[in-house]
Design a protein around this ligand. Sequence first.
Ligand code: MG
Length: 365
Amino acid sequence: MDIKIKSVSIRGVNVPLNIPITSHLGKFTKWPYICLDVHTDSDIVGKSYIGPYLVEQLPSIANCIKSLSERIINQNILPYSLYTEGMKNISLLGYKGIGLYALAALDIAIWDAASKAVNMPLANYLGGNIKPIKTYNSRGLWLIEIQNIAKEAEILRNEGNFSALKLRIGRDSNKLDEEAFKEVKKGAGEDILILSDYNQCFTAKEAYRRCKELDDIGFFWFEEPIKFNEYTNLAKICRNINTPITIGENFHGISDLLEAIRNDACDMIMPDLMRIGGVSNWLKLAAIAEAYNIEVSTHLFPEVSSHLMMITPTAEWLEWVDWQNPILKEPYKVENGLLKIPNKPGIGIEWNEKTLEEFSVNLHL
Ligand SMILES: [Mg+2]
C-alpha cells in the first residue's frame, strides 16, 4: 500500500461523565482521552482514541506516542508491520504499560487508515461481516445508595432497550450486594441479565466466600473478584463456583492473556482494546480464544471493539458506555440492545471538534 504517513497529531481531552463513577478503583466525574490523527500523503487520515484513566498521566503517554510516531514518518500504512516494529521500539519499556498504550493508539489509527485506503469498514477489511452486535449497558450502577438503584436500572435499560446491565458489587456485605441485585430486577424487569464487577476489591479468601454465597442468585458473571494476576487464587475460585469468572481488562498484551488461560484463572475473558495492544493484538487474541474455546467480551472502546467482535469466533458481550460520545461527531447507536456499526470506511468515527476544544488538556508536547 503506497500511502505514506506524514505526521501525527495528538490531542488530549477530559470530558464530563453523565453518571459519575464511584467504584473500588476510585471516583471519577470526568474521563480523559487522547485522540490521534495520522495524516498521510493522500487525503486519508487515520483516527483513534485511547482512554488511559488518569488525566495527570496524559502528557507522559502523549509524549510516548510522539516519540513512537517520529519513527514511522514516511513509512507506508501497513498496520501489522508497523505494530511489529513498534513492539521492538517499546521493548525497553517492558512491552507493557505506557509503551503499550501508546503503541495501541497508533496501531488503531493505522488500521483505520489502511481500511479507509480500500474504502472498506474495518470489520470488512479484516474479513468479517457487519451486523448489529448484542451489547450491555455498563455506564451506570456504580456503588451507589441501594434506594437509587431501581430507578437508574430502569433508565439504563430504556435508553437502548438493553437486555443486560452491569452492576458493581463488593459492598460492605453480601446482603447489600444481594439487595442491589434485586433492585436492578425491580427497576429493569425480571428478564434483565445482570453482569457483576468486583473491580479486584477482595483478598482471595474473602472473594471465595463472597462468590460462594452469591453463586446461585443469578449473576451472569463475576468480574475480577481479586487482583487480575493472582492466577492460582483465581483458578481455585473458578473450580469451586458455578457462576462464570471473567477477567481481562487488565491484560497488558497477549502474554497476560495466555498466562491466565494456561492457569485456568478464568471461565471467560473481557480484554481491553488499549491494554491488549490495539487491533494487531486483538487478532491474535481472537485466534487464541478460539483455540481454547473461551468466550470473549469487550472492555470500553465500543466502536473499534464492535468491528473486532465481527472477526472474533467466540464473541460474547460487547460493553457499551457513553463516556466517549461527546468526542465523536456521530456516536454509534444502540437499538433493541444491539449496537449498529456504521457502514463507513475505517472505524467510522469523526471528531466533535467543539468538545475537543472545550475540554482540551495541555499535553506538554
Ligand atoms: Mg471491570
